[in-house]
Ligand binder design. Structure first.
Ligand SMILES: Cc1ncc(COP(=O)(O)O)c(C=O)c1O
Length: 387
């Protein structure tokens, strides 16, 4: 029995044929027909022009720059996220302002955003942009968020790195703001073995990001440069992998949702456990299946559960550590933070790979059940026995 990992790449079987085409064409480069086709196919699916890049982080960096973020600006973003959401704000010399989560979605709380924007408007210091993250495969509540941003004239960058395939109403996440960003890191729902995508409503913005992503080289034969650029393009070979992966995205979403459903049914009766909610406004991809442990009712706390799983050769992780608790961003201004702290203190992400077998999932369920029931506190035992 091997170790069960959190989220592993899941090949469709067609990747090698596309990669062979890349080799056959000799475009072992950051230009080529696979790259062009991957962008066209992704853009067609999402409904916006798309630019393939070396990582989701690179896409965030370019996306913020497209929205005009520069030195000294403030940028609003959720405190509950992976550090890659926030670092590109710092790359540009801007300052993150951290906002708390909504308990229903675990994402940016629209009421806190509205209050924070109103407060900043009174002070005459509105943020240059708002970054919205769609965590673990679930969309943030975009209608009220977009309404607040429109009212105060602040653009939105969607960090949909974890949520390709999720929808808000009928619209794909990443297409609801001004610029959207996705990741194809190896642990994501589909992968290119590392890569990212930027989409924007305005094709001129996508062209601008492409120019920056290739060292901002001016047209013409001389290597002339008028602006700072980066080497951020995706390789044609990796785009070939992406094409094969994109073809099975819907299957991958379906399987991850099935896995989440099996976990939530298996744990429904356990004391002190609740599953990450799915908001009725959209479709959660369940990129990761996450639960909350309440140590006052369950037999173990978050770290106890993760430790027991680890000793049983099962990888589990805490929910993201909020940015305001990180040494790197401790000093950042913030609005709230208590909900994010609680989700971090109690949250566990379970193995969720779309290639997870039934017997592997049964093993995870058995270990979690035993851990949570092992030393059930007296109160829980009384409830269970109806006393
Ligand atoms: C929320 C979030 N934002 C951004 C990123 C960065 O993506 P990448 O690893 O492709 O740079 C990730 C994941 O890695 C993520 O989870």
């Amino acid at each position: 029995m091997g170790r069960i990992l959190l989220s592993v790449p899941h090949a469709s079987g067609r990747e090698e044929s596309y990669v062979r085409q890349a080799f056959a064409s000799n475009w072992l480069s950051t230009v080529g027909p696979q790259l062009t086709a991957f962008e066209a196919e992704f853009g067609h699916r999402i409904g916006l022009p798309a630019l393939a890049l070396s990582s989701g982080t690179a896409a965030l960096h370019l996306g913020l720059r497209l929205l005009g973020v520069g030195p000294g600006d403030d940028v609003f973003c959720p405190t509950l996220t992976f550090v890659a959401t926030v670092n590109p704000i710092a790359y540009l010399g801007a300052h993150p302002v951290l906002l708390d989560s909504d308990r229903r979605s675990w994402n940016l709380d629209p009421a806190i955003l509205e209050d924070a924007l109103a407060a900043r408007a009174r002070q005459g210091r509105l943020p240059k942009a708002v970054v919205v993250v769609h965590l673990y495969g679930q969309s943030a509540d975009m209608d009220p968020i977009a309404a607040s941003c429109r009212r105060f004239g602040v653009p939105i960058l969607e960090d949909a790195a974890e949520a390709l395939g999720a929808v808000y109403g009928r619209r794909p996440v990443g297409t609801l703001g001004d610029v959207g960003v996705f990741s194809f890191n190896g642990n994501k729902i589909i992968t290119t073995a590392g890569g990212g995508m930027l989409v924007a409503r305005d094709p001129a913005q996508v062209a601008r990001a492409q120019y920056w992503s290739t060292q901002a080289r001016e047209p013409g034969t001389a290597y002339e440069h008028a602006e700072i650029g980066y080497n951020y393009r995706m390789s044609n070979v990796l785009a070939a992998i992406g094409r094969a992966q994109l073809e099975v995205l819907e299957e991958r979403v379906k399987r991850r949702r099935e896995i989440a459903q099996v976990y939530s049914e298996a744990f429904a009766e356990l004391p002190g456990v609740s599953f990450m909610p799915e908001c009725d406004y959209g479709r959660h991809t369940r990129w990761l299946s996450c639960l909350l442990v309440d140590p006052s009712e369950a037999a173990v706390d978050r770290d106890g559960l993760i430790g027991i799983l680890d000793r049983a050769d099962v990888e589990a992780r805490p929910v993201w550590k909020p940015m305001h608790l990180q040494p790197l961003y401790r000093g950042a201004p913030r609005y709230g933070g208590g909900v994010a702290e609680e989700l971090f203190r109690r949250g566990v992400c379970l193995p969720s790979s779309s290639s997870l077998t039934t017997s592997e999932q049964d093993r995870v369920i058995q270990v979690v059940r035993e851990a949570l029931e092992r030393r059930a506190p007296a109160a829980a035992r009384r409830v269970a026995s109806g006393q």
